[in-house]
Write a protein of this length. Structure first.
Length: 114
């Protein structure tokens, strides 16, 4: 079973940037390459929502709220998926989770101050 570990969260001012990383272990790079991976976020009292997804073929999709500001990418050799977040807004504040192969990471907190 795959294990996912996120990092890169923190406190940033509005307009700033952060890059989240999610490292997968317990699977080979070949399996990682054919796996779709996604970034989700959740705020207290609300459902977890999809932020961005990268399909097995590498095609990204984004929630409308982050289009043009966030970029999802992956490094197959490192079995790592990234989320580059630019022009951050206070409403981006949430715990961000990585998901792949039916497994979730523990989450990383992103806080954007106004």
């Amino acid at each position: 079973q795959v294990q996912l570990v996120e990092s890169g969260g923190g406190l940033v001012q509005a307009g700033g940037s952060l890059r989240l990383s999610c490292v997968a272990s317990g699977i080979s790079a070949i399996i990682f390459r054919i796996s779709g991976m996604g970034w989700y976020r959740q705020v207290p009292g609300k459902q977890r929502e999809l932020v961005a997804n990268i399909a097995s073929g590498g095609t990204p999709t984004y929630a409308d709220s982050v289009k043009g500001r966030f970029t999802i990418s992956r490094d197959i050799a490192k079995k790592t998926v990234y989320l580059q977040m630019n022009s951050l807004k206070p409403e981006d504040t949430a715990v961000y989770f990585c998901m792949g192969r039916n497994s979730w990471g523990q989450g990383t907190q992103v806080t954007v101050s106004s």
